[in-house]
Design a protein around this ligand. Sequence first.
Ligand code: MTE
Ligand code: MO
Length: 525
Amino acid sequence: MRTRMAGARFWLLAAGAGVVSAAVLLATAELVALVTAREVSPLLAVGSFVIDIVPQPLKELAISTFGEYDKIALLAGLCLAVVVASSIAGLVELARPLWGVALLTVGAALATAAILTRAGATTFAFLPPLAGAAAGGAVLWLLTRRLRAWRDAASAPSPESDAATGSAVAPNRRAFLTLALISAAAAVVVGVGARAVSVATSSIAGIRDALRLPAPRSKVSIPAGAELDVPGLSPLITPNSDFYRVDTALTVPSIDPQSWRLTIDGMVEQPLELTFQELLDRGLDEYAITLTCVSNEVGGGLVGNAIWTGVPVRDLLRLAKPTGGADMVLSRSVDGFTAGTPLETLTDDDRDAILAVTMNGEPLPFEHGFPVRMVVPGLYGYVSATKWLTQLTVTTFEKDEAYWTPRGYSAKAPIKMSSRIDTPRAGTPIDAGAIAIAGMAWAQTIGIERVEVSIDDGDWQPAELSAPLNDDTWVQWRLAWEATPGTHYITARAVDNDGTVQIQERAPIAPDGSTGWQRLLITVR
Ligand SMILES: Nc1nc2c(c(=O)[nH]1)N[C@H]1C(S)=C(S)[C@@H](COP(=O)(O)O)O[C@H]1N2
Ligand SMILES: [Mo]
């Protein structure tokens, strides 16, 4: 009985040795990445690979379960997978010397393959996992050898007295534990240190802070009455800190505007390359545009309005001269994300599709695409709003597919008209008396003509609208209401300047955006 218990302990320690070896592997990889391939931290690169390959329903489940923390959840899951796999490697190594090391190497090889698929992976991107596998493999081999020596000593025949066994066991045990503790500590110090140095030295926060961009030649004029004053109503201009963020980037790309280049290529007579300064030299103008995500549910918050400065995309395309037959522009981010936008939308003189460099008076925040992103009125973000932009390829929808197209979303996706009730809120009881029902409504490129509200399925009552900035932005609306105690249904719908009524029928976000009227159940005390 005692020996079996003791045997189980050695298996547990073998698993532990596996985990320590994996930590050594990862730390070594981070350290080597610091000098050879800064762009791709090995663990994060594998994480990004996972983001790109997980099936769409799983991705949606992750987002709906973890929300803004979906990327942290992914990293936690990845770490758990590493712990499980390396424990197995440790067990295998104890059972069969070098087999566990082989398993660890296979793991590193799979990671290498994933890393090499990443945009931004350099020729030397294979070095970090390779060096990591060598160090981790060596530690696993040494640790397990010592563990075996300890086990052999402990199970040596004829232990007449505990003292006799103890003398043979103690040095072996010490040898194993010392190496295990030193390796684990070194892995933590080196791994965390390398990551910290990488983040600190590649930080371009200082460069962004120091950036002085030319003042725009033209400003957006804000008409009187553009903003209604209702507590709980969203502001007309969404502050950058509150602006929704949606992207596939596990780490926000850091791009130095000095080294940034925009390539325009594909089906053009005159391929060109532009520096950040050359873009600025074309002159900046201000544009108010409301961005919307295709994943926004009716009543949801994945929509925001900002004042951007930038340069019209059509002017740059005109320089490049698209050739006949082209009907799509594939915009590419440094991290490999792509969006496909109809060429005619980008060349339309009546549509202000821009390459934006500022957002609400400051250089684009890193999360929103610093230094340059695309913003196109009237199209969902995934088909138009490429952040960390680096390339525009003129092509055709037949020849090329953007990131989300093979993942269950339409190749073309105009924003659908929608309206949202901001106040009162479902689940927050209000006091009886005079209150304002208020919210937002948008129909980019067409504009909102009116918003109507129905209480308890009664007649549609027209709400008061804020003075619109333009047809590309949302408007605020409000309706005065004398709230009576009890529960009530509030339903809102918008009508656009073409007279089209917001679609009543509910549609899910995939493949091209949700529809339906928001209907709230509220409690009045
Ligand atoms: N590089 C990159 N750009 C991207 C995306 C992305 O995943 N990667 N997501 C797009 C989507 S789906 C939307 S809705 C908008 C969101 O822009 P925001 O995060 O600035 O609000 O960015 C678009 N641009
Ligand atoms: Mo989106």
